[in-house]
Design a binder for this molecule. Structure first.
Ligand code: 5GP
Length: 237
């Protein structure tokens, strides 16, 4: 497969077109950003750890019947994915209160949410990814009613699969963000699932093992991502 021109550079990944019009290459970079890009640092090995962890998780999701864009690993920090028409919406499920919901609703961190709660956000860094509802998504044409329903169903299906997977690794899946796109008429999971876009706590100590270590200046960011990968059984060599 030949990598052609750069299509899009995000905050942690660059997307390339290839000589296959149906496939893109994602390059996971070492860049780490928070606060909508206001804080950016390079963390050695992060691109590789995230690429391999993402591949591992996408394959688990596929095995559980969730259709994803993931095709195959191409190199230590690159993967081949299906070319999706991305929906500009972030889907968030929360099992435990943390992050923006605590600020927004004035609730304490660490509350178990039963049932898990769900939120949509518009992907728009300049506006700090505002929260939107299903009516906004349909009224502004970001996605249809059926696509909204599919995103919700699949985001909760991911929760069932990954809560159990992480629990086996002694980790609590606190919350996560997913993005979807259209592929041959279906709504398919795109983007990535890594510790950059979810919260993971040690089940016993509740130590944070995700990007909150970077956001909160706790240090040991890549070491925490490697710990997660190691516990899941991801091959990092
Ligand atoms: P919160 O709304 O609490 O900031 O985030 C909820 C969850 O979604 C967290 O796991 C967070 O990492 C993830 N998330 C929300 N927005 C973004 C984003 O723009 N980029 C990434 N990588 N993750 C996000």
């Amino acid at each position: 497969m030949k990598i052609l021109n750069e299509l899009y550079a995000g905050k942690a990944k660059t997307v390339y077109e290839t000589d296959d019009s149906e496939r893109l290459v994602l390059r996971f970079r070492d860049d780490t950003s928070a606060f909508d890009g206001a804080k950016i640092e390079q963390l050695a090995r992060k691109g590789m750890v995230n690429n391999r962890t993402n591949a591992f998780i996408m394959e688990k999701l596929e095995a559980a019947g969730i259709v994803t864009h993931f095709d195959r690993l191409l190199s230590a920090n690159e993967a081949v994915v299906k070319r999706l028409d991305m929906i500009p919406i972030e889907c968030v499920v929360r099992n435990i209160s943390s992050g923006s919901i605590c600020k927004r609703l004035g609730v304490e961190e660490g509350l178990t949410l039963l049932p898990p709660t769900f939120e949509f956000f518009l992907k728009d860094d300049a506006r700090h990814d505002p929260m939107v509802n299903e009516f906004h998504i349909r009224s502004f044409g970001w996605a249809s009613e059926d696509e909204v329903a599919a995103m919700k169903t699949q985001t909760f299906a991911v929760n069932d699969c990954l809560k159990a997977l992480f629990a086996e690794a002694g980790l609590l899946l606190v919350d996560y963000k997913l993005e979807f796109g259209r592929y041959q008429g279906d709504v398919v999971l795109g983007d990535e699932f890594t510790a950059d876009g979810c919260r993971l706590w040690d089940a016993k100590t509740r130590e944070k093992l995700d990007k909150d270590r970077f956001r909160q200046g706790l240090g040991g960011v890549v070491e925490a991502y490697e710990e997660v990968a190691h516990r899941l059984g991801v091959d990092l060599d």
